[in-house]
Design a protein around this ligand. Sequence first.
Ligand code: CP
Length: 299
Amino acid sequence: MLSNLFLSTDFSQKNWQSIASLAAQFRNEGISPSSNLKNKKVGILFFEPSSRTKWSFEKACLDLNLPYMSSQVDGTSSKSKGEIDADTLQLYIELGFDLIVMRSAEDISLQRVVQQNPQQKFINAGFGSLAHPTQAFLDYFTWTYDCGLKPQDTKLLILGDLKHSRVARSHIRLSKHLGYGLGLLASKGLEMTQSELEDYSHVKIFEDRNEALNWSNLVMPLRVQKERHDKDQSLTIDFPPLSYKDLRLDHHIMHPGPFMRGSDLESDLVSDKRSLIFKQKRNGVFCRAAILNMMLLGG
Ligand code: CP
């Protein structure tokens, strides 16, 4: 039984393949509610803002007929009275859920609470700049099932603010695990460190934008993640928004969202026929429903 999804590598290749098959079945035939899930309960606990991740987990629960409670830790919770996040998480565990979906900053005290409660199943829905495994998986699912790309034919280029990107870090791990091609192009001052890339010699590091675009067949620009920048920093992306002239006919455009029109990419590209952006959002529900199903029922 799968108990915890913190990093993409917590699940084996075989687990991910089973989840992809189930997500594809949900997409083709509709998400079938299982009577076995009626007795399960999911808690969705977000310490950080979200639209697509939170809403797609909620929609997946609705489609699966899986009871859930969704909570935002903000000015309306006891955080406003001074409760620390670790105590809020412990409270949530005590409420009694079969599985908790959680998003937070990279907070070691929360990780400690998770480790102290090994009986509690967790899904990481974004942890600071470190990991966002369900996003990387739904991206992989999208190019596999919408474009028919096999891992050996996939050349995903991620460009922009790599330093603060949990999506890029999850793709680094997942690309090694599942065997697809990954290239990175960081904006000046927004690079990852050399040491964190040491174990990932398969990742191509680019410095020239044209060379990177020529190599790729999937292009994923990232927004500047200002919310994770040091307060005294005001770095911006030092290359222009992705535009029509950058792309070949066989390129596909992806974005984890939220996308900044006119800054990450030209606005019209969002709905261009080469764009997979809206497919990613839709597939998020099928992929998250499949992950919930596998973790709660084991297949
Ligand atoms: N991609 C992503 O995590 O988007 P949200 O912050 O809207 O959930």
